[in-house]
Design a protein around this ligand. Structure first.
Ligand code: ADE
Length: 225
């Protein structure tokens, strides 16, 4: 799976993909991530990529030309299954959307900045618009990193334990059960006896019960969907 992320702040996207699971996915050749600096596609000698909004209003708007040049150059090299624009007015990201995107091939992700991007880029090129929640960030870079992370960990072979992505919170519509590791007792705080019992069926039933309890307490909305 290949991701091409277009941004005015490429430095912001260097670190998130250089560690742990995402780095391993890249090393195993399961995911390729390319970050493109929008300024390299500027059409003027000052390398500027933004301008004032027509009709007035505050803030600058990213122009259509640099985006079009970058997108079309990439499209000339390969086909893309999705061109995603990160924006607070997009569809709210969740595990179902991540699951759907994890089965795709090449994806482009456009990051907005300042006041946003010229609407014509969205109308002409974008196939999917995603928000990571009802709050406004200063740009689409961190949202792009979040969406990319959520997708890559679902690619078969990325996680060492094949089942662990499937047992994540939300995959079965429920939150995870509490988890513990050694020591079995710390300053009087004990791990539940059942987990030390070695009785697989009883442990599985306990985990199911805990998942349901946690979901009822914390996210009852998930049970009503
Ligand atoms: N850009 C700025 N805020 C955002 C959000 N909440 N989701 C996606 N992209 C954004």
């Amino acid at each position: 799976m290949r991701f091409d992320i277009i941004t005015v702040l490429p430095d912001l996207l260097e670190s998130p993909f250089a560690h742990s699971i995402l780095q391993r996915a890249k090393n195993k050749g399961l995911a390729e991530i390319y970050v493109h600096n929008l300024r390299d596609y500027s059409t003027n000698k000052h390398k500027s990529v933004d301008d004032y909004p027509y009709g007035g209003g505050s803030g600058m708007v990213l122009q259509i030309e640099p985006f079009a040049k970058c997108i079309e150059q990439l499209q000339a090299e390969r086909t893309y299954d999705e061109i995603i624009y990160m924006t607070p007015d997009g569809e709210t990201f969740n595990q179902d959307i991540a699951n759907g995107l994890s089965t795709k091939g090449n994806m482009m992700i456009l990051c907005g900045h300042y006041k946003g991007i010229d609407q014509r880029i969205r109308d002409i090129y974008v196939t999917k618009e995603i928000s990571i929640g009802d709050y406004v960030l200063s740009g689409g870079e961190l949202p792009a990193a979040i969406v990319t992370d959520a997708i890559i960990r679902l690619i078969p072979g990325v996680l060492s334990d094949e089942t662990s992505a499937l047992s994540d919170s939300f995959q079965d519509g429920l939150l995870d059960a509490p988890i513990y590791t050694r020591p079995a007792e710390w300053k009087g705080h004990k791990v539940p006896d059942i987990l030390l019992s070695g009785h697989e069926a009883k442990i599985a039933a306990w985990k199911d019960e805990q998942q349901l309890k946690r979901t009822q307490e914390r996210r009852p909305d998930l049970l009503n969907d």
